[in-house]
Design a protein around this ligand. Structure first.
Ligand code: HPA
Length: 267
């Protein structure tokens, strides 16, 4: 895929010095509305950019200042379950890197697997488990993009985790945990959720991990936050996307305050 055309287009539009890249998950895209003097681009107008298909995802790229820092935000990400290959899913992360982003903030809606979690909790992602068998780095490695074998020992920045947790104490104390990626689009079965718990997962979702892998490949610092929108299968009666959106809406005010302060203050 040709990054150059995409990057040149975005630079031409005035996206010249982003420090933070934000990928905002289901129902959490509003943070991008706080960006000052924004440059907003529909995905469809950006050369080589994929177009998002899932409900509740706007499909817009927004650049500007947030809490005094230059950020580039994706309202709506690309999911493996939509049928995109993982190169496409992670394309925006490569573009962020090419534009100069050094810190990637990824957010998502997730099902709570840890029995201490309740819907509405915010979970700082401390690590992840990839249960899909898929990986965006499968294929010929492009050495200029990063190494063939990527160390995932510190995929989520320990420094950022501590800093974010401190801020969370002011608004809504955050949980911490391991995010587990399954492809979806089906929600999991109760048996699968018991398996996830057994292998050490605290939350389960259908995104984020491919972007984080590519961010590691590029050498970015990563911070991840899950909004626990429901208890996972078998822990509550039924699951549906409307509930996921509704709970993420309720969690949004604290999510926004916490993340705004994080972006403003993180060194
Ligand atoms: N499972 C998978 N993905 C999700 C869930 C869930 O329970 N809730 C929100 N995203």
């Amino acid at each position: 895929m040709s990054f150059t055309q995409t990057v040149e287009y975005l630079k031409q539009k005035g996206i010249t010095q982003p420090e933070f890249g934000l990928i905002l998950g289901s129902g959490l895209g509003d943070l991008a509305d706080e960006i000052e003097q924004p440059i907003c681009l529909d995905y469809s107008e950006i050369p080589n950019f994929p177009v998002s298909t899932v409900e509740g995802h706007a499909g817009e790229l927004v650049y500007g200042q947030l809490a005094g820092r230059w950020v580039i935000a994706l309202k709506g990400r690309f999911h493996y379950y939509e049928g995109y290959d993982l190169e496409t899913v992670t394309y925006p992360v490569r573009i962020f890197h090419e534009l100069g982003v050094s810190k990637l903030v990824v957010t998502n809606a997730a099902g709570g697997v840890n029995t201490d979690f309740v819907p509405g909790d915010l979970m700082i992602i401390t690590d992840h488990i990839n249960l899909t068998g898929a990986n965006p780095l499968i294929g010929k490695n492009i050495q200029e993009h990063g190494p063939r074998f990527v160390d995932m020992s510190h995929a989520y920045s320990a420094k950022a985790i501590e800093f974010l947790a401190q801020i969370g104490e002011k608004y809504q104390p955050m949980k911490r945990g391991v995010y587990t990626w399954l492809t979806g689009p089906t929600y999991e079965t109760p048996a699968e959720i018991r398996m996830v718990r057994t292998v050490g997962g605290d939350a389960v979702g259908m995104s984020t991990v491919p972007e984080v892998i590519v961010a590691q490949h590029c050498g970015m610092e990563v911070i991840g936050i899950s909004c626990i929108t429901n208890l996972a299968a078998g822990m509550q009666a039924t699951l549906n996307h409307e509930e996921v959106i509704e709970v993420s809406q309720k969690a949004k005010p604290n999510f926004k305050k916490t993340l705004l302060e994080f972006i403003g203050e993180y060194a």
